[in-house]
Design a binder for this molecule. Sequence first.
Ligand SMILES: CC(C)(COP(=O)(O)OP(=O)(O)OC[C@H]1O[C@@H](n2cnc3c(N)ncnc32)[C@H](O)[C@@H]1OP(=O)(O)O)[C@@H](O)C(=O)NCCC(=O)NCCS
Length: 139
Amino acid sequence: MADGEEPAVIALWQRAGLTRPWNDPMTDLAFSRGKATSDVLVAAVDGAIVASAMVGHDGHRGVMYYVAVDPDRQGQGLGRQIVEAAEAWLLARGVWKINLMVRQGNEQVRGFYDGLGYAEGTSVPLEKWIDPTKRGTSS
Ligand SMILES: CC(C)(COP(=O)(O)OP(=O)(O)OC[C@H]1O[C@@H](n2cnc3c(N)ncnc32)[C@H](O)[C@@H]1OP(=O)(O)O)[C@@H](O)C(=O)NCCC(=O)NCCS
């Protein structure tokens, strides 16, 4: 994504139902965009941003967040394309495995990921708020 596209990307995330009160999307964008180990990819149709994927790696495994397609454009292959672009971004950086999280309550998206070859792993995700002042303010 380019400078100035933040409002359009955030609007897309809102329309796709991915924003949460405890995650400031501007902060999330600033944290990940255009960094050596992370970026935010977008797809545009007729000049409008219609799909996004936040992608990155931690030096070991790849991750994806904010995989979103505008509701008016879903079912047209854009989700597949943006995920494949994120996979290519990681492969180009020598990363060969992606871990991603699907929120409880969003299980219907499992069919989409199944079709792209994503399966439930054998590891159990654990979490800890290492800044105790933030505890309970995010997920
Ligand atoms: C999930 C999402 C990104 C999919 O985008 P999309 O553009 O509709 O998906 P595509 O059209 O590329 O679909 C790719 C394939 O997945 C299938 N698919 C899409 N959604 C599916 C679903 N909910 N269940 C089963 N299969 C699904 C499509 O039929 C298609 O199959 P095909 O390649 O055999 O034709 C989109 O629905 C979305 O933005 N959802 C809301 C946000 C969200 O939940 N993001 C994921 C957070 S973990």
